[in-house]
Design a protein around this ligand. Structure first.
Ligand SMILES: C[S@@+](CC[C@H](N)C(=O)[O-])C[C@H]1O[C@@H](n2cnc3c(N)ncnc32)[C@H](O)[C@@H]1O
Ligand code: SF4
Length: 419
């Protein structure tokens, strides 16, 4: 660990403050663009934020003991230097407080869930996604605050890009120790992998990102030897840039012994900020994507087979066939308290848990009208794999037969999964 002199400490503190200021500016711009439905510039702002977070991360990694060194030199350095440092530190704290102001704190989450405890009494599964959930250093405490008032939760799920191994592992270990103490029996950790090697890095825009994901996977698999409740899986977004690479990705998953799921890219201005037609698989109907999902439909088990058959149809222009029960059986709670049916309906907010109890929002007329709007306007073109349970008597029947016979029981790719 490098020992810093006073000038270096001052310099690093100034850099940190500047990065935080820029981050705050970008966050305000992001909010303005979302409010104005200006999604074309949103992607640029999100990219700039990602780079800034990377720089801040780099500073923290290079100088993990910055605070300790400042404290040690504080009484020895000259008073002017000390005043400058203190001023910068106070300003940085204020900027960080502004940045966090929109987020529900651990204490706020504890209060909200305790207030609505009766409504969350039967909640069985808690999923953490993002953005990148492992960026929140208080993630485990947040999970604990929620689990304190959700006694029936037995499954915890975490989605991560896995590109910062230490951070993903810290989030997994921290969340598991809290969840285990609350009676959670299963911890599903889903790592995103959009291609093998350079393909993943090109899609994610992070050089060296593939090796880092592999390191995360190795370490998670080691952890699994002592935490039997851990289930690791891979998730791939199928898009034009990885179509050729998908068979290799499937082979890699098989070699690692990890389940992998595929879903066509969702085009969404608000959540994924990706409105480019170049990414849209349904434009022009890509035969490779159709063949890939056809094969998945025939070789997968359980509800995955029905989902993949449905996607095969959507890729040739059909509307979504499988009903999605998001918004009825599950909901999304945003980091700022907003409540929606699903991640693809951020613009249709039912209400905010900071302002109203869950039951008023969930059973209210606004939520009912928005559910109808969602199912009429957004669901027919949404290829999301969010809802994983059987959705019709036909599916239940075929899955039961499949279990009895030990076969794949996959539906024909041309048929809808509905009966
Ligand atoms: C929003 S991410 C959050 C987890 C993590 N930060 C990440 O980058 O993967 C949750 C899941 O959504 C997937 N995803 C991201 N963009 C998507 C898109 N446009 N369409 C469908 N899925 C997408 C990710 O690959 C991941 O599996
Ligand atoms: S199909 Fe898509 S838009 Fe509709 S509820 Fe499910 S995830 Fe949301």
């Amino acid at each position: 660990m490098p020992t810093l002199d006073t000038a270096e400490i001052l310099n690093i503190l100034q850099m940190r403050r500047q990065h935080c200021r820029n981050l705050l500016d970008l966050s305000r711009r992001q909010r303005g663009l979302i409010d104005a439905s200006d999604y074309s510039h949103l992607l640029t702002v999100l990219g700039q934020k990602q780079r800034l977070l990377g720089r801040l991360d780099e500073l923290n990694t290079q100088h993990p003991d910055l605070r300790g060194q400042w404290v040690r030199l504080r009484t020895l350095g000259d008073p002017e230097w000390r005043d400058d440092c203190e001023h910068i530190l106070a300003e940085t704290e204020a900027i960080l407080a502004d940045l966090h102001a929109g987020l529900i704190s651990v204490e706020e989450a504890r209060r909200i869930f305790a207030r609505d405890r009766e409504d969350f009494r039967t909640l069985r599964k808690l999923s953490l996604t993002g953005g990148e959930p492992s960026l929140r250093r208080d993630l485990a405490d947040l999970v604990g605050a929620v689990l304190d008032s959700t006694p029936a939760v037995r499954t915890l799920r975490l989605a991560s890009h896995g590109m910062v191994p230490d951070r993903t592992l810290a989030a997994v270990e921290g969340c598991w120790s809290v969840a285990h103490a609350h009676g959670v029996e299963r911890f599903e950790v889903q790592i995103s992998l959009d291609g093998v090697g350079e393909v993943h890095e090109r899609i994610r825009g992070i050089r060296g990102g593939y090796a880092r994901v592999r390191e995360t996977l190795e370490r998670l698999m080691q952890l699994q030897k002592v935490v039997a409740a851990l289930r690791i899986s891979l998730s791939t977004v199928v898009q034009p840039l990885n179509l050729e690479n998908l068979p290799e990705l499937r082979r890699l998953a098989a070699t690692l012994g990890l389940p992998i799921t595929f879903s066509p890219i969702v085009m969404s201005g608000a959540y994924y900020a990706n409105q480019s037609r170049d990414l849209d698989l349904s434009v022009g109907g890509d035969a490779r994507a159709q063949a890939f999902f056809e094969d998945l439909a025939h070789t997968s088990r359980g509800t995955d087979a029905f989902y993949y058959a449905d996607m095969r149809g959507m890729l040739e222009g059909k509307p979504r066939g499988r009903i999605c029960m998001q918004g009825y059986h599950s909901c999304v709670l945003e980091a700022d308290g907003g409540l929606h049916a699903c991640v693809n309906s951020e613009t249709l907010t039912f209400g905010n848990l900071r302002e109203q109890p869950f039951r008023e929002i969930w059973w209210g007329e606004k939520a009912e009208a928005l559910r109808r709007q969602l199912h009429q306007e957004i669901c027919p073109t949404c290829p999301s794999k969010c809802y994983a349970r059987p959705v019709s008597a036909g599916e239940v029947l075929r899955i039961s037969m499949q279990k009895l016979s030990g076969g794949s029981g996959a539906p024909s790719s041309s048929g809808s999964s509905e009966v």
